[in-house]
Design a binder for this molecule. Structure first.
Ligand code: BTN
Length: 325
């Protein structure tokens, strides 16, 4: 049993899921949790109210046949095995934008690693002032609060790290994901994930960074709005079947945790290596903000895209829209 499962409700679900279909006695569960059987019973009934189908077997104990695909904290925390990312986790039915909420929470002092997720967003925000398609119950919308002890010039590595973590999680599930500069994740030429990172600084030092991740999971092709239908995809479209949002969520958080710890230890070579190895932009002819064209030949140590124009000059692109031609 992982010692990191400290939340008692999460621990109940962890034990019942590990022994799924089996009756686990109240006595045993109460001992594992270090609480009374009456307190346990209360928690079980609260979990049932939250939609977890735990069966109470008279005088014998409790059974869980399967954990439904919910993102409520006890369910997510029962499967999460991270050290920093998601140790504090909040889930909302609906928010305007998880980034807006996470920023407010960070400004009020919410700790590093806190994750805020929602079942849907009414004002999902994208890069460059765009909106983000955020239908209910289909996809993942979440924001992570980080407080790295570094100066603002290091933050692009966190941007890289977020797309690398999503890309690695998707590849682990058999989805052939690639990173498009600066931090989109693409599959087969279509966007599956967008990332909006925002930061607040204080005298050149980072106060906090918000990593805002929107990952299309179970949207079907025809459910995308017409203007993005040809440009977007989802995990379900790619795999040909619906997938558990929680499974993907927990995986992405685990990879974020891994890469963030690596970042804190000062490691960046592996990150750049993964980014280059799974890149969709490098080596392609691109148009930058519709202003000029050229070949994407590399990235600078500061995360800028290096584009060689037809006249041979190399331009460093630090922000903007890059279309693959
Ligand atoms: C992009 O334009 O590619 C970035 C999209 C980022 C969307 C995510 S969804 C969770 C978080 N909350 C937001 O309002 N935006 C980000």
């Amino acid at each position: 049993m992982s010692e990191k499962v400290q939340d008692k409700d999460a621990l109940i679900l962890k034990v019942l899921s590990e022994r799924k279909g089996e009756v686990v006695s109240g006595e045993e569960l109460a001992i594992v949790l270090g609480i009374s059987r009456v307190a346990l019973r209360k928690r079980i009934y609260k979990l049932k109210e939250e939609g977890i189908p735990i069966r109470v077997v008279d005088r014998r104990g409790y059974v869980l046949e399967a954990l439904p695909d919910t993102l409520i904290p006890p369910a997510v925390l029962s499967e999460l095995d991270t050290e920093i990312i998601g140790r504090r986790y909040l889930f909302f039915e609906v928010v305007d934008s998880t980034n807006i909420l996470a920023k407010e929470m960070a400004a009020r002092g919410e700790p590093e690693g806190t994750v805020v997720a929602a079942d849907y967003q009414t004002k999902g925000r994208g890069r460059l002032g765009r909106s983000w398609f955020s239908p209910k119950g289909k996809n993942l919308y979440f924001s992570v609060i980080l407080r790295p002890p570094v100066s603002a010039s290091f933050v692009f590595q966190l941007t890289m790290l977020s797309s690398v973590a999503v890309c690695e999680a998707l590849r682990d599930l058999g989805v052939d994901a690639l990173i498009k500069w600066p931090n989109d994740v693409f599959v087969g030429g279509r966007k599956i994930c967008g990332i909006l990172n925002e930061m607040e600084t204080d005298g050149g030092k980072v106060r906090f960074v918000i990593l805002g991740i929107g990952l299309n999971v179970n949207v079907r092709r025809e459910e995308f709005p017409p203007d993005i239908r040809e440009k977007a995809t989802s995990v379900a479209v790619e795999l040909g079947e619906e997938v558990s949002r929680r499974k993907i969520f927990v995986k992405v958080l685990a990879f974020l945790d891994k890469w963030y710890k690596h970042f804190l230890e000062g490691g960046k070579e592996d990150l750049f290596y993964f980014w280059r190895e799974h890149n969709y932009t490098l080596g392609k002819r691109v148009a930058v903000d519709g202003r000029f064209e050229g070949f994407a030949i590399g990235i600078s140590p500061y995360g800028e895209l290096l584009v060689r124009k037809d006249d041979g000059s190399v331009v460093k692109v630090s922000a903007g829209d890059v279309d693959i031609l």
